[in-house]
Design a protein around this ligand. Structure first.
Ligand SMILES: NC(=O)c1ccc[n+]([C@@H]2O[C@H](COP(=O)([O-])OP(=O)(O)OC[C@H]3O[C@@H](n4cnc5c(N)ncnc54)[C@H](O)[C@@H]3O)[C@@H](O)[C@H]2O)c1
Length: 272
């Protein structure tokens, strides 16, 4: 089969949460550039409108809804509106997520008392779990009836390499919220396989986005990550577009329940 058919997402009715920034925005750009029809959801209405406008200027078909993925009513309304307007859903990127702050070590290997186990905040824990795990579960729940009516659908969750490894410079609260999200991908994939719905994850290492107040945009904050990552650079959202297109397209027709790690070799260990 030709690459143009293998990776064809033309006309695929695609829902993306957390699409106004970072990885979600990069996925939206890749899907739009390849002819998908987009419905973008984000809690940040201003940023969402700006991203949608740029995509439309490039000729994309884009709908937007401002919604918080922790708000069941708002998310259901947004997804029902997409189904009514588009007649169904083909591809879902459950991508919205939040940081829970820095880890228990600083970039220079010192202890960071404010992020030590005994000082972790339950308010931060509850928000991380509500968005990263609850928001993903809610998104999957709400799209599943439509995907069952339209076999061949894809659910793609933005997880993290911290599913497979521990972290020192990323909050324990984030790691545990995303670890549960990783198991949700596997459970959903297992249950939905008989309905011809494929569920997979994209597991990035550190990516330069606006997460955590955009701290990785600061070269000083990036430096310790760049030291340990074998490719000695952090990802940009563009580095994740290939995995997104693969999981959304016929190229991954027999793939379900996996995580595609995109981390410059970071989960292999440190080389030099
Ligand atoms: N940046 C990284 O280093 C990194 C690494 C691994 C995984 N991830 C994951 O990637 C995903 C995207 O993060 P990003 O780095 O692009 O961050 P980002 O902050 O640049 O973008 C996240 C977007 O999600 C939206 N959002 C956040 N909470 C929301 C909510 N409750 N409801 C609706 N929208 C919400 C934000 O408004 C923002 O537009 C997250 O799931 C994150 O856990 C990020």
């Amino acid at each position: 089969m030709k690459i143009s058919q293998l990776f064809d997402v033309t006309g695929r009715r695609t829902l993306i949460t957390g699409a106004a920034s970072g990885i979600g925005r990069g996925i939206a750009e890749a899907m739009a550039a390849n002819g998908a029809r987009l419905t973008l959801i984000d809690q940040d209405g201003e940023a969402l409108a700006a991203v949608a406008e740029l995509l439309r200027q490039d000729g994309a078909t884009v709908r937007t809804t401002v919604a918080d993925v922790t708000d069941s009513v708002a998310l259901r309304t947004a997804i029902d509106a997409m189904i009514a307007a588009e007649g169904g859903i083909d591809v879902v990127f459950a991508n919205a997520g939040v940081s829970a702050g820095p880890g228990f070590l600083t970039g220079d290997g010192q202890r960071n008392p404010s992020a030590s186990l005994e000082n972790l905040s339950f308010d931060t824990f509850e928000r991380a779990v509500a968005v990263n795990l609850g928001g993903t579960l809610r998104t999957i729940q709400l799209v599943t009836p439509a995907l069952k009516r339209n076999p061949g659908g894809r659910i793609i969750v933005t997880t993290t390499v911290a599913l497979h490894k521990t972290e020192t410079m990323v909050s324990t609260l984030y790691v545990i919220s995303k670890a549960a999200q990783g198991q949700l991908v596997r459970q959903a994939a297992l249950e939905l396989a008989a309905h011809n719905i494929q569920v997979n994850g994209i597991a990035p290492g550190p990516v330069i986005t606006n997460i955590g107040g955009g701290r990785l945009q600061d070269p000083a904050a990036r430096a310790p990550f760049e030291r340990f990552i074998p490719m000695h650079r952090l990802a940009t959202p563009q580095d994740l577009q290939g995995a997104a297109l693969f999981l959304a397209s016929p190229a991954s027709s027999y793939v379900t329940g996996i995580q595609i790690t995109v981390d410059g070799g970071g989960s292999l260990g440190t080389a030099d």
